[in-house]
Design a protein around this ligand. Structure first.
Ligand code: GLU
Length: 289
């Protein structure tokens, strides 16, 4: 007997959905339906500068056209700042978060000047520049009103955790074939930004708060977010949140073997629909017939 799964499809409405999104949405939907569970849709529209209402509308039209129905009203991150702020405040009160005044430029120069910059799966990591500021340096910058992000002090956070490994269950596969019970590497992405300079919150913070708040039991998403599961597991432990299981899946690629991008018009669901393709044909093309 399967446990009923609550899954979610969590697009950022920065462009139209393409075949890769259809694959992700169909997988999340069938994981819920096959177990008699719930399928949810969450608009990850925190970044007001990049997200557009017309894309959010188009995404829901595309999902309907694909024959997917969600079991709760669509959750919109842009309406949930209070929830994220209180999670961030609880980490700040415990001294786990520090202000970071660096710009992209200062970070790049700092990294270029290091003999061995710390490396993550996608390149060099934040070298911890502002973690080393003294209390009075920090206060002086804050008093000047200097723009800053808020970063999690990963080293300190890990020390504060109760003894024992941080694990998560991967029921799909990471990009290197990782599967089963995975020992999380919380420092994989370095000192995460939890509060962006421009927004006050960040993707990593919002996603763990939302998955817990919505009762998501199985997070299905692309390989590109496998490394994010590691520090997200740490955030769940720090915030005392339940830990979902994960099912990362391969990304759909175009004929040239590249990952589909939102700007590739030919592969958008709207273009495929206009060209006469049916939802059944889309499913078959994606190997989900
Ligand atoms: N909003 C993210 C995206 O569109 C997905 C986040 C997640 O599934 O954790 O790639």
């Amino acid at each position: 007997m399967f446990q009923p799964e609550t899954t979610r499809f969590a697009p950022s409405p920065t462009g139209p959905l393409h075949l890769g999104h259809a694959y992700a949405a169909l997988l999340a939907h069938s994981a819920a339906r096959e177990t008699g569970g719930r399928f949810l849709v969450r608009m990850e529209d925190l970044d007001r500068g990049r997200c557009e209402a017309r894309h959010a509308v188009g995404i829901l039209e595309d999902l309907n056209w694909l024959g997917l129905h969600w079991d709760e009203p669509v959750c919109r991150q842009s309406e949930r700042f209070t929830l994220y702020s209180s999670a961030l405040e609880s980490l700040t009160r415990r001294g786990l978060v520090y202000p970071c005044f660096c710009t992209r430029g200062t970070i790049a120069r700092e990294i270029a000047g290091l003999a061995a910059a710390p490396q993550g799966p996608d390149g060099p990591l934040y070298p911890g520049t502002c973690r080393h500021l003294t209390g009075s340096e920090r206060e002086a910058r804050l008093a000047e009103g200097a723009a800053h992000a808020l970063r999690l002090d990963i080293g300190l956070a890990v020390q504060r955790l109760p003894a024992g490994a941080l694990c998560f269950e991967e029921t799909g596969q990471g990009p290197e074939g990782e599967t089963g019970l995975i020992n999380a590497q919380p420092a994989l992405l370095g000192d995460l930004v939890l509060g962006r300079k421009d927004l006050g919150v960040s993707y990593h913070l919002a996603v763990v708060v939302d998955d817990a708040d919505q009762g998501v039991s199985l997070v299905t998403r692309g390989h590109d977010l496998y490394s994010a599961a590691h520090p997200q597991r740490l955030l769940q432990a720090l915030l005392g949140l339940p830990v979902p299981r994960y099912r990362h899946h391969p990304l759909i690629r175009n004929a040239a073997g590249q990952r589909l991008a939102k700007r590739e018009h030919a592969q958008t669901l709207a273009a495929l629909r206009e060209a006469g393709m049916t939802p059944e044909q889309i499913r078959r093309q994606l190997g989900l017939g």
